[in-house]
Ligand binder design. Structure first.
Ligand SMILES: Cc1cc2nc3c(=O)[nH]c(=O)nc-3n(C[C@H](O)[C@H](O)[C@H](O)COP(=O)(O)OP(=O)(O)OC[C@H]3O[C@@H](n4cnc5c(N)ncnc54)[C@H](O)[C@@H]3O)c2cc1C
Length: 463
């Protein structure tokens, strides 16, 4: 088949790639996107979205158990595990097919197959029907990442699961070990714990959710333990597979114990999809499984960009999409701004939820800032009490000299929706004075965001 020419070739149709394709098309470019598996990438099919669908089932199930508190009657709360999984897969499918419609609407051509760089401005795609040759002056690598696997803990889909297995599990676990307490590990721990599994979490760092503010980690741990989880921090683990079970040797706090589990979820990080792309021949620099880029996602090879998970941390869908827009605009000759890492929020949709943006208190101090810190507890907020969600807090960290909001850290109901308020504030380079003068609607959980700021300056009203 003859080589077909485009303005932009995007490799990978996750939230990085498909968003880049849409934006480039909006700017008048002739765009082709190549995808080897599903439109929507990990995020829509095996990540952000199906996990949130599962966690929603868990949340509703949890509320069923609390029905009496709300004056309601639910006899013997129960669930159909297959139906819970089916709903999650259905949600993923709906969104993935939505991306197909978006591609059509924006006149982005979709080629299903495995892409590989094939010289300057050239890509070959292995499809069901043979090989397709494409060329374009701009190529965007958005090939994403996959689960990292540690020796002796390789997922087998039976006893040891990766996130993909956990999203389409062969059974509801009874005794579950989750290795790793980043967002992915903790979300699965929270889901299966709420659904009734006995959950143990091991974390090699000295605290769970290790990138969060230390007060948030400590609070979340207390809540998880209250919910029945066992948590080992600063822990090492080694697995021995048996017949239908896994024995885990867990070393933590100076003690070593052997525990038996019917299921293990390995959530020990991710690695970039950099293989079989022709990166070496193209002269692209790869460091620790990620393509090295500058702040504009340029790889150093003319016309070749890398965005999203394959270009490194933070491994978040919104970071991938934002980079996708930036690169599309750069290719179209627009003036763009580099992404500010301190404005990318992280959200974990466990129960209670966790959300943060900017520096933790410890990091701000390490960087030499003199800080003012505000805190406000959910128990002091009318809406939280009315919702029956009195557990949690919002912490804000300000630069004492300039009043700049350096960071915000939240744990409690719906904080993943609230964090956006502070992100807008940070984007607009707001200070404490503007935040204090802002009128927050009543009764809302967002009032705690106001109170936390007031507290940093000794002015909290409701606590
Ligand atoms: C369980 C889980 C939960 C998550 N939850 C969240 C969350 O709540 N919020 C959040 O922000 N992030 C979350 N993430 C992370 C998020 O999914 C990723 O950050 C995001 O998907 C990255 O987008 P991307 O476009 O860079 O790559 P991906 O979504 O990984 O997409 C890359 C695409 O490229 C394709 N591809 C790879 N190589 C080739 C090739 N050679 N040819 C053709 N196609 C190729 C792949 O098939 C894939 O579809 C979660 C991840 C997991 C695993």
């Amino acid at each position: 088949m003859a080589t077909r020419s485009f303005d932009v070739i995007v490799i990978g149709a996750g939230p990085g790639g498909y968003v880049a394709a849409i934006r480039a098309a909006q700017l008048g470019k002739k765009v082709v996107i190549v995808e080897r598996e599903h439109l929507g990438g990990i995020c829509l099919n095996w990540g952000c979205i199906p996990t949130k669908a599962l966690l929603r089932s868990a949340e509703v199930f949890h509320l069923f158990h609390r029905a009496k508190e709300f004056g309601l009657k639910v006899e013997k709360p129960d669930f159909d595990f297959d139906a819970v999984i089916k709903r999650s897969r259905g949600v993923a499918k709906q969104l993935s097919s939505g991306i197909g419609h978006l591609m059509k609407k924006n006149k982005v051509e979709v080629v299903m197959g495995q892409a590989r760089l094939a010289g300057k401005g050239r890509v070959t795609v292995a499809t069901d029907k043979g090989t397709e040759d494409l060329q374009a002056p701009a190529i965007i690598l958005a090939t994403g990442a996959r689960a990292r696997s540690l020796p002796g803990m390789e997922p087998d889909g039976d006893l040891i699961w990766s996130y993909r297995h956990a999203l389409q599990p062969p059974r509801m676990p009874k005794d579950l070990l989750v290795i790793g307490s980043g967002a992915i590990g903790i979300e699965f721990a929270s889901f299966f714990n709420t659904m009734g599994a006995k959950v143990t979490v091991v974390e090699v760092a000295d605290r769970i959710l290790p990138i969060e503010d230390a007060e948030v980690s400590a609070f979340a741990k207390k809540q998880f333990v209250k919910q029945g989880m066992t948590i080992h921090e600063g822990a090492k683990v080694a697995l021995t597979k048996g017949n239908g079970s896994v024995t885990a040797r867990i070393e933590a706090g100076g003690k070593t114990e052997d525990k038996v589990f019917d299921t293990v979820i390995s959530a020990v990080g991710i690695v970039g999809n950099v293989e079989d792309l022709g990166l070496e021949e193209a002269g692209v620099k790869v460091e620790r499984t990620h393509v090295v880029t500058d702040e504009f996602c340029r790889t150093g090879v003319e016309g070749l960009y890398a965005i999203g998970d394959v270009a490194g941390a933070p491994w978040l869908a919104h970071k991938a999409s934002h980079e996708g827009v930036m690169v599309a605009e750069l290719i179209a000759g627009q003036h763009v701004h580099p992404l500010k890492p301190g404005s990318i929020a992280g959200c974990t949709y466990c129960q209670p939820q966790v959300a943060s943006v900017g520096f933790t208190e410890a990091r701000a101090k390490e960087l030499g800032f003199e800080v003012k810190v505000g805190r406000f507890p959910f128990i002091g907020n009318g809406k939280a009490i009315a919702l029956g969600e009195p557990e949690g807090f919002i912490k804000t960290v300000f630069d004492a000299k300039t009043g700049e909001l350096l960071g915000a850290h939240m744990v409690g109901a719906e904080v993943t929706e609230l964090i956006q308020g502070y992100i807008v504030g940070r984007s607009l380079e707001t200070t404490e004075a503007e935040l204090m003068e802002t009128v927050f609607p009543h009764p809302t959980l967002s009032e705690m965001m106001h109170e936390s700021v007031l507290d940093a300056y000794g002015r909290a009203l409701h606590f």
